[in-house]
Design a protein around this ligand. Structure first.
Ligand SMILES: CC(C)(COP(=O)(O)OP(=O)(O)OC[C@H]1O[C@@H](n2cnc3c(N)ncnc32)[C@H](O)[C@@H]1OP(=O)(O)O)[C@@H](O)C(=O)NCCC(=O)NCCS
Length: 148
């Protein structure tokens, strides 16, 4: 997988894409986290790493990741609509597993229960829902990472 660093404008674009993707649930998620939108934006700017995902020399979307101890947290993966459904998302996760397997035991992410297509996608990649407290309407999913 090819990545590059985002520009400041691209980082802002991903924040907007995340909020658009969350839609009406962004407020309840922030309430659960005890954050105002401004605080969420501040955390976004200072947490983990945003990468532009590239395929065939074209920018196709973004991934926002964070290593937390022996867990890689995927805060967001959002591909441009024209890039979806072509296997790129699957390859992003294969590449993350290959890159981080020496240092992490699992990859974790939160998903909106109503985003059924994404839940199916993550299950196909190997993620499973784990029982844990999280924002209403969201689930945590986990993919164990085998050691190389
Ligand atoms: C979810 C996502 C990262 C998957 O990447 P992808 O490259 O489209 O996925 P792949 O091509 O590897 O796999 C295709 C599967 O992804 C799922 N999928 C999820 N959203 C999709 C979409 N908008 N278009 C096409 N497939 C989508 C489908 O289940 C599809 O399976 P199918 O071919 O049996 O229908 C990507 O579709 C996306 O960016 N979606 C919108 C943003 C989003 O929901 N992100 C997750 C929450 S932050």
């Amino acid at each position: 997988m090819e990545y590059r660093k985002p520009t400041a404008e691209e980082r802002d674009e991903l924040l907007q894409m995340i909020l658009d993707q969350l839609g009406g649930q962004s407020e309840s998620a922030m309430t659960f986290l005890g954050l105002t939108p401004a605080q969420f934006a501040q955390i976004y700017r200072t947490t983990g790493e945003v990468r532009v995902v590239r395929d065939a020399a074209t920018d196709v979307g973004y991934v926002w990741i964070e290593e937390r101890g022996r867990t890689l947290h995927v805060h967001a993966i959002i591909l441009r609509p024209s890039a979806r459904g072509r296997g790129i998302g699957t390859r992003v996760f294969q590449a993350l597993v290959a890159e981080f397997s020496p240092r992490v035991d699992e990859i974790e992410l939160g998903v909106q229960d109503e985003n059924a297509a994404s839940v199916r996608f993550y299950e196909r990649v190997g993620f499973r829902r784990i029982p844990t407290e999280t924002a209403p309407g969201f689930s945590v999913m986990r993919l164990p990472v085998r050691k190389p």
